[in-house]
Design a protein around this ligand. Structure first.
Ligand code: ATP
Ligand code: MG
Length: 437
C-alpha cells in the first residue's frame, strides 16, 4: 500500500470518526433542546388554562374561547371533550414549514405530555384536554442540525484537500529523490536535485548533491588509476616483448643459419647434428613467437569494432549454420580502445554463452550510441538462464563475472535477464577528457 494512500486513508478515517462523534453530540444536544422547549411550552399552557378556570367557568362559550386561544400554537394542542368523550372543538398546531425526515423525528421525539381539566358546569359538564406536539420544534432543530452537519462536511472536505496537496507536494520531492538515487546506482553521478522548497527538503537535496559530487570524484580518480595501471602494464609488456625480440631474435636466426651450414656438411654425423640444432632452434623460435604474441597481441580490433564483431559472428555461424545472427551496430564515437575491447569481449562471451548454454535459433546483437554512453545487448531465444542444456561446457562460470569486472573498471554496468532466452545488456560511459596524471 503506497505511503500517500496510507496517510490520506488514516486522515480520512479520523475525519469520519470526528464527523460521527460530532453528529452524535449534535443529536444528543438537539434532543434535550426539543424536550426542554416542549415541556416549558406545555407547562406554560397548563398554567394559563388553570388560571382561566379559576376565574370564570360559568359558560361553555368561555371554554370554547380557551380552546381557540391555542389555535396556531407551536407546541401544545387543546380540545374540549363532552361527557361521552366526544371532541366538541379542538385547536390546530401552527403550520409546519418543512417537516423533519421521519428517522430524525423518531430520534428527537420526547415523551408525550397531556393534561385534563374537568369542568363541572351544571348543565354542561366537560373536559379541557391539553396535549404536547413536538413536530414544529423538531422541524426547527432539523433545520439547524442539517446546516451544522453540512458545515462540518465542508470543513472535512477542505481539510482532506489541503492534506492531499501537502502530501502530494512532499511525495513529489521524494519521487525526485528516488529517481536521483536510481541514477546514482546506475553510475549516473551527474544527477543533481534542485535545492528548493521547505528547509528539510533543501537539506536532503544538498546532502544528495554532495554525495553525488563525491562519488563522481571517486569514480573519476578510480578510472584514472585503472587507466594508469593498464598503461604501466602495457608499457612493461611492450618493453619485455621488445627486449625478447631484439636480444633473442638475432641469436636464434644466427643459430639457424649456422645449423643450416652444418646440415649441409659432407660429414653425416655433423649433418645430423646440424639438423638437430636447426630443429631445436625452430622449436625455440615458435615458442618465442607465441610468447611475443601474448605480450603484444595482434587484435582483430586493429581493424575496427564492426569488422571484429562480424568476424565473431562468422566464427559461430560457420559452426552453427542453423542459428540466425542479426546485428545492428551504430557508430560508437567516444569509446577508446579499452572501451572497444570491453564491447568486443562482452559480445564474444555472450555469443559463446548463448551458443553453449541456450541452444537458440536466433541471436541479436545491438550496439547503440546513447548520447553519453554506449549500449551493447546480446539477446537469444534459447532455453533461458535456468535451463542449462546438455552440451554446455563451462570453464568455471567466470564469463559473466569477467564482463562485470571489465565494465566496472570503465565505470559501466550490466543487466542479465532470463526468461524465454537470455538478454545481456551492458552500458559503457563514453570517455571524457580525463587528465591523466
Ligand atoms: N545465453 C545463455 N543461455 C542460457 N544460460 C546462460 C546464458 N548465459 C549464461 N547462462 C548461464 O549462466 C551461467 C554463468 O555463465 P558464465 O559465462 O559466467 O559461466 P560459464 O559460461 O558456465 O563458464 P565460463 O564462461 O567461465 O566458461 C552459465 O553456466 C549458464 O548456466
Ligand atoms: Mg561463459
Amino acid at each position: 500500500m503506497s505511503l500517500q494512500f496510507r496517510v490520506l486513508g488514516s486522515i480520512a478515517v479520523l475525519l469520519v470518526l470526528s464527523l460521527l462523534c460530532g453528529g452524535t453530540l449534535l443529536i444528543l444536544h438537539a434532543r434535550s433542546v426539543v424536550e426542554v422547549e416542549v415541556r416549558t411550552a406545555f407547562q406554560g399552557a397548563e398554567n394559563s388554562v388553570r388560571d382561566t378556570l379559576q376565574s370564570d367557568v360559568q359558560h361553555t362559550v368561555t371554554m370554547r374561547q380557551v380552546v381557540s386561544s391555542f389555535e396556531g400554537q407551536r407546541h401544545v394542542r387543546a380540545a374540549l371533550i363532552n361527557e361521552q368523550e366526544k371532541v366538541i372543538v379542538s385547536s390546530e398546531i401552527g403550520r409546519l414549514k418543512d417537516p423533519a425526515p421521519q428517522w430524525f423525528a423518531r430520534l428527537m421525539m420526547p415523551p408525550p405530555l397531556s393534561a385534563r381539566f374537568n369542568i363541572k358546569l351544571p348543565q354542561y359538564p366537560c373536559v379541557v384536554e391539553l396535549t404536547s406536539d413536538p413536530r414544529s420544534e423538531i422541524a426547527d432543530v432539523w433545520d439547524h442540525a442539517s446546516d451544522a452537519f453540512v458545515a462540518m462536511l465542508l470543513f472535512c472536505a477542505a481539510t482532506m484537500t489541503a492534506v492531499s496537496l501537502a502530501v502530494a507536494y512532499a511525495l513529489r520531492f521524494f519521487r525526485r529523490f528516488q529517481t536521483g538515487l536510481l541514477a546514482i546506482s546506475d553510475g549516473g553521478y551527474d544527477a543533481r536535485l534542485d535545492a528548493k522548497g521547505p528547509p528539510e527538503f533543501v537539506a536532503l537535496a544538498q546532502g544528495f548533491n554532495h554525495m553525488a559530487g563525491r562519488l563522481k570524484t571517486f569514480s573519476e580518480s578510480n578510472q584514472r588509476l585503472q587507466q594508469q595501471i593498464q598503461n604501466v602494464q602495457e608499457e612493461e609488456r611492450s618493453g619485455i616483448a621488445r627486449d625478447l625480440h631484439d636480444e633473442v631474435g638475432p641469436y636464434l636466426f644466427a643459430i639457424q643459419v649456422d645449423a643450416n651450414i652444418l646440415a649441409k656438411s659432407a660429414e653425416p654425423q655433423t649433418r645430423s647434428m646440424g639438423t638437430a640444432i636447426r630443429d631445436a632452434a625452430l622449436h625455440v623460435q615458435t615458442h618465442v613467437k607465441e610468447i611475443l604474441r601474448q605480450l603484444r597481441p595482434v587484435s582483430s580490433l586493429d581493424f575496427g569494432l564492426e569488422p571484429a564483431i562480424a568476424d565473431l559472428i562468422a566464427f559461430w555461424a560457420r559452426r552453427h549454420p542453423d542459428i540466425r545472427f542479426e546485428r545492428t551496430i551504430t557508430a560508437t564515437p567516444g569509446l577508446d580502445r579499452r572501451g572497444e575491447d570491453a564491447v568486443y569481449r562482452i559480445v564474444q562471451e555472450s555469443l559463446s554463452n548463448a551458443v553453449r548454454h541456450g541452444r537458440p535459433t536466433r541471436i541479436e546483437i545491438v550496439i547503440a550510441d546513447q548520447t553519453d554512453r554506449v549500449m551493447v545487448s546480446v539477446t537469444d531465444d534459447g532455453g533461458g538462464l535456468k535451463q542449462d542444456l546438455p552440451g554446455g561446457m563451462s570453464l568455471g562460470q567466470m564469463g559473466l563475472m569477467g564482463m562485470q569486472e571489465r565494465l566496472s573498471m570503465l565505470g559501466g554496468h550490466m543487466t542479465v535477464e532470463g526468461g524465454r532466452g537470455v538478454s545481456i545488456r551492458a552500458f559503457l560511459p563514453k570517455v571524457r577528457e580525463l587528465e591523466i596524471a
